[in-house]
Design a protein around this ligand. Structure first.
Ligand code: FES
Length: 402
């Protein structure tokens, strides 16, 4: 017969006479099983380390709207009470928009570095309209000066590494709206490093698709000995005397041969995934060390994407953070992020669509299926990371918030 232990639990009599190490093992298993069962039954309550959200939204007011191209707009946002909006060039913010009664989130990179004085309260986000994109179309068409937006951030590690001395040469490779964080990095680096050399290789389909075309001309004029801009067009106009083609590994290699970057150069690439693969291949062929290659993936939800098959019954997932574990119950069709938030866990997240990496978790045990494509790099996958917002557990899983 089992008997009641001091803490109110139940211990089989045999464990009371078992060796101490065996009793401890029994206690651990009993506690874990209790948490798993509680998670499956939806009874667990969040532990203190999960109680506060690290990503609280702040309200910003639209100060100005600039049309960059037919499909791209820059929103200049201002903190209404003049508080500084701190971020590093290359980071992104998540905008929360209410569409049809649902709050939808999208991540957009800052395109201007943080200003000084009263300009420190400004944030410029550049947004490209995507076909059927609910948020990008709303922000392109409906927003007016004086409107307010809920914004989370900054987030992201796509930044120039803090080295002493700072890198004196940067090569930036952008495809389409991938120019946004790179423009911010270029502007800041040229402003802060008077002897730095920055080269931008920028691919677009047509001339009218070039974002910041005039701003780049102005930047080159202001930094004529520091900044080189190489435009590459897939469908150039008749009078085009620039490069023609796509940013594949051969084109990138050719441009790098011409630029002849120094050994300490840091390389930043942002754009569609196929372009990033090509850039990586070109850099690997030149022997550029991984530590000098930085990339940001732009992933958009595809209407053709197939959701990951999911289990037909609730799955228990243990989430660990800072030595504290919490078990949640992931219902069929739910993502791990949805289930975690529903359980009251303050899990990090931003875009909720696999495009930003803010919800990255490390798999300690078990297997997680993810919707594809998403923004995880091959290196992150190899390191055991998954995305909670597009991830679904396959059986029992233990995950860690890094
Ligand atoms: S929240 Fe952006 S990838 Fe998951």
């Amino acid at each position: 017969m089992p008997s009641r232990e001091r803490g109110g639990g139940v211990v089989p009599w045999v464990m009371r006479i078992a060796p101490r190490s065996l009793s401890r093992r029994y206690e651990t298993v009993r506690r874990d099983m209790g948490m798993l069962l509680g998670g499956l039954l939806g009874r667990n309550r969040p532990s203190p380390p999960f109680a506060a959200s690290p990503l609280a939204p702040r309200t910003l007011r639209v100060d100005a709207i600039r049309r960059e191209t037919a499909d791209v707009v820059t929103l200049v946002l201002r903190d209404p009470v003049g508080r500084a909006i701190k971020f590093s060039p290359g980071q992104y913010f998540t905008v929360l928009v209410s569409v049809g009664g649902e709050t939808v989130r999208r991540a957009y990179s800052a395109s201007m570095p943080q200003g000084e004085g009263e300009h420190a309260a400004l944030l410029a986000l550049t947004i490209k309209r995507i076909p059927a994109g609910r948020v990008s179309n709303f922000l392109n068409d409906n927003l007016r000066v004086g409107d307010t937006l809920e914004v989370i951030g900054p987030q992201g590690n796509f930044v120039v590494p803090r080295l002493a001395p700072p890198p004196q040469e940067l090569v930036l490779v952008a495809g389409g709206c991938g120019i946004t964080p790179l423009m911010c990095i270029a502007r800041a680096h040229l402003r802060n490093e008077l002897n730095a050399r920055v080269s931008l290789i920028y691919g677009n389909r047509r001339r009218e698709d070039i974002i910041f075309h005039q701003a780049l001309i102005d930047l080159q004029r202001d930094h004529e000995h520091q900044l080189a801009v190489i435009h590459v067009l897939g469908e150039p106009p008749a009078a085009w005397n620039g490069r023609v083609g796509i940013l594949d590994r051969h084109r990138v290699a050719q441009e790098l041969d011409t630029l002849n970057p120094s050994p300490g150069t840091h390389y930043f690439a942002c754009g569609p995934v196929p372009m990033l693969v090509e850039v990586r291949a070109a850099l690997a062929a030149r022997g550029v060390p991984e530590t000098h290659v930085h990339e940001e993936r732009f992933v958009r939800p595809s209407p053709l994407a197939q959701p990951t098959p999911c289990a037909g019954t609730p799955q228990a997932v243990t989430i660990r953070r800072g030595g504290v574990s919490q078990v949640i119950r992931v219902k069929p069709g739910q993502s791990i992020l949805e289930a975690g938030l529903e359980s009251g866990l303050a899990m990090p997240f931003s875009c909720t669509m696999g495009g930003c990496g803010a919800c990255k978790l490390r798999v300690v045990d078990g297997q997680v299926d993810m919707d594809e494509p998403n923004c995880l790099s091959p290196a992150e996958r190899a390191d055991g990371f998954v995305l909670a917002c597009v991830g679904r557990p396959r059986g029992l899983v233990t995950l860690e918030i890094p």
